[in-house]
Design a protein around this ligand. Structure first.
Ligand code: NAP
Ligand code: G4F
Length: 331
């Protein structure tokens, strides 16, 4: 019997890579999406004949219970969230409801429909925020710096709590930043790769960014979804930090991205304080020792390969688009 998986947030970056990965392992894959979702549907367009989609919303418990009953999953990957940090200051209550309380709704639905479900929660390195130690590991205390980080910290703790209270197989993956050509255009890496492609094509003359000194531990999303699955295949549920163990600045990302098209970044990048945050996470660096030793997980894509792949893909996307206003010749 093939295993059945339910992925929330399947229309997002990670959801699409995880769906591909689970299909390759022979899983029956179900995805939950909001009825109003259109923005990211391009990520799963190529999978539409191999997966089954269900309408549901983290804000609506009854929809979650219905999706659990319809799909009867062996494994649930809770990837849905309001995931963009700056928006969390503009919509703190919505972010708390979706990214934080939504986790409790998911866990409770799992508990009541089938407490044997294996549950993965998408926790985040944003929980470390103003970091208490470097590198960060599973035992590093949290100090979130945004409503998003605070909501993720709640989601993390409630996942641990359901594991301890009800003996559920609930795991929390504390994932550091991971990117890909499927990343939303609002996140800094894709904003840069898309901006570089547009400048190189002569469509833009500058790229406006915020804090170039911020440092992140950036990996490739395809590597990180493998770690999610590995966590649910263990004998015991646990929490794991997942990252590369390398840290780079936004400036370094910019330099390599412009280098990929042979341009000098200093001629095009403009720092605009409107992209600064009310409270910044200055640096994040993982210690992925536990994931390496217990799961056997290691990242395969390097930072430089990631940056160059994203720029190349954005150039390919741009050049495959039909020029606006150009009429096709008819016979
Ligand atoms: P993403 O591309 O922004 O995808 C988020 C998904 O959540 C989208 O499919 C979105 O659907 C869905 N969603 C948002 N609000 C929802 C709601 N109320 N009900 C149901 N679905 C909702 O994010 P990602 O990069 O794939 O990240 C996946 C998860 O990992 C997120 O929880 C994120 O916070 C977490 N995470 C990400 C990273 C990273 O670096 N990428 C690192 C650590 C943790 P729509 O299409 O309807 O908007
Ligand atoms: O790409 P970002 O918006 O990602 P951020 O805030 O680190 O959050 C991402 O990673 C988290 C894991 O740590 C996830 F949980 C979360 O869901 C999301 O996927 O910003 C990265 C850094 C920040 O320090 C920001 O200040 O880039 C800096 N930055 C500089 N200029 C910018 C910009 N960020 C954005 N989005 N846009 C800019 O123009």
């Amino acid at each position: 019997m093939p295993k059945t998986a339910l992925i929330t947030g399947i229309s997002g970056q990670d959801g699409s890579y995880l769906a591909e990965f689970l299909l390759s392992k022979g899983y029956e894959v179900h995805g939950m999406k909001r009825r109003t979702s259109t923005k990211y549907s391009a990520c799963i367009e190529h999978l539409k004949d191999q997966i089954t989609l269900h309408d549901g919303d983290l804000l609506d418990s009854s929809s979650l219970i219905r999706v659990f009953e319809q799909t009867r999953p062996d494994e649930v990957y809770n990837l849905a969230a309001q995931s963009f940090v700056p928006l969390s200051w503009e919509q703190p209550i919505f972010t708390t409801e979706a990214t934080g309380v939504g986790v409790a709704r998911m866990l409770d639905a799992a508990l009541h429909v089938d407490r044997n479900i294996r549950f993965y929660q998408a926790s985040s390195s944003e929980m470390f925020g103003k970091v208490r130690e470097t590198p960060q590991r599973e035992t590093t205390p949290f100090h979130p710096r945004s409503p998003y980080g605070a909501a993720k910290a709640y989601g993390h703790h409630i996942t641990v709590n359901y594991r301890e209270s009800y003996d559920m197989f609930a795991c929390s993956g504390i994932l550091f930043n991971h990117e890909s050509p499927r990343r939303g255009l609002e996140f800094v890496t894709r904003k840069i790769s898309n901006g570089v492609a547009r400048i190189h094509a002569g469509l833009d003359t500058e790229l406006c960014l915020g804090n170039l000194d911020a440092k992140r531990d950036w990996g490739h999303a395809r590597d990180y979804v493998r770690a999610m699955w590995m966590m649910l295949q263990q004998d015991k549920p646990d929490d794991y930090v997942v990252g590369t163990g390398e840290m780079h600045s936004v400036r370094e990302f910019v330099e390599i991205a412009f280098d990929q098209v042979g341009l000098d970044w200093q001629k095009y990048v403009v720092v605009d304080p409107k992209f600064y945050r009310p409270a910044e996470v200055d640096q994040l660096l993982s210690d992925p020792t536990k994931a390496r030793e217990k799961l056997g997980w290691e990242p395969r894509v390097t930072f430089e390969e990631l940056v160059r792949e994203m720029v190349d893909k954005d150039r390919a996307i741009l050049s495959s688009k039909k020029p606006v206003g150009l009429k096709l010749k008819t016979a």
